[in-house]
Write a protein of this length. Structure first.
Length: 271
């Protein structure tokens, strides 16, 4: 996801090359077997295209329309030519669980999701027994391991922070209502900053990333596993967005200074 954001944000990368790199990111997500990552990238790409098309720029609209046409033709052609092989490969991968869910709408049958539902049921039972102090301040960091003690998870090999697979639930369980309020403030700051990046840097990459990010906080260990590849990718997204924002701010300040110097020079010549 971090690679996609940089690709989408870069003005030095041509649209055809962006197309090739974006396709490579999708293939990498498929080979990695990350179902949530694959869905997040696809949704981010769709939102990015729609948001970019909403910007009043006929040239960009034409380029994006052409890019979509090329992608559609390429996908349809590959699907027709290699239909049997593609179906066989998909059926043997973890991504096939998404297809099963789309056809049956039964979360219980989708891979590790059944284990997560079992864990969340246990959490709900624990939460029902919370006293007032636990509701306000939670059970403490890494306390989620007490919920998973009966699920056969080996505590020596699995971090206690990575058991919940639901950051909203983990924050409430470990830090209570106070922690949730802090987290909501954090989310509000991110949304506000992404809007500033769009307005000042004319870039919608971070905005296109956020819906998938917030959605998959409910099924993944995104924040608690910040040291893994996914966490590093998220840090990369926010770091690069900050760079775009600061660069745009410096450029606007420079343009303002140039305008003032030009105005002063014009008045001097007129005098």
């Amino acid at each position: 996801m971090g690679v996609f954001i940089i690709i989408a944000s870069s003005r030095s990368i041509s649209y055809p090359f962006k197309l090739v790199l974006g396709f490579a990111v999708l293939v990498e997500m498929y080979l990695n077997g990350s179902r949530t990552g694959l869905v997040a990238v696809i949704s981010a790409m769709g939102i990015f295209v729609l948001a970019s098309m909403s910007i009043n720029n006929p040239g960009r609209l034409l380029r994006i329309s052409g890019m979509l046409a090329l992608v559609s033709v390429a996908c349809i052609t590959l699907g027709v030519v290699y239909k049997d092989k593609l179906l066989e490969q998909v059926s043997q991968s973890r991504v096939s669980e998404l297809v099963d869910f789309a056809s049956t709408s039964k979360l219980d049958d989708v891979g590790s999701m059944s284990d997560r539902l079992d864990l969340w049921d246990r959490v709900a039972i624990k939460v029902d027994k919370f006293d007032m102090f636990d509701q306000m301040f939670g059970r403490g960091l890494t306390s989620g391991v007490e919920v998973a003690s009966g699920l056969g998870i080996h505590n020596a090999s699995v971090s206690a922070n990575r058991i919940f697979h639901n950051e909203y639930l983990r924050i409430y369980y470990e830090l209570g209502i106070v922690g949730l309020l802090i987290f909501v403030s954090f989310v509000a700051v991110i949304i506000l900053f992404s809007w500033k990046v769009k307005k000042r840097a004319k870039n919608v990459a971070l905005l296109s990333f956020l819906p998938g990010f917030f959605a998959f906080l409910s099924v993944e260990n995104i924040l608690s596993a910040s040291g893994n590849a996914g966490g590093i990718g998220i840090l990369l997204v926010f770091s690069y967005s900050t760079y775009l924002y600061e660069q745009a701010k410096r450029n606007q300040g420079k343009n303002l200074v140039d305008k003032k110097l030009y105005a002063n020079e014009s008045r001097y010549k007129a005098a």
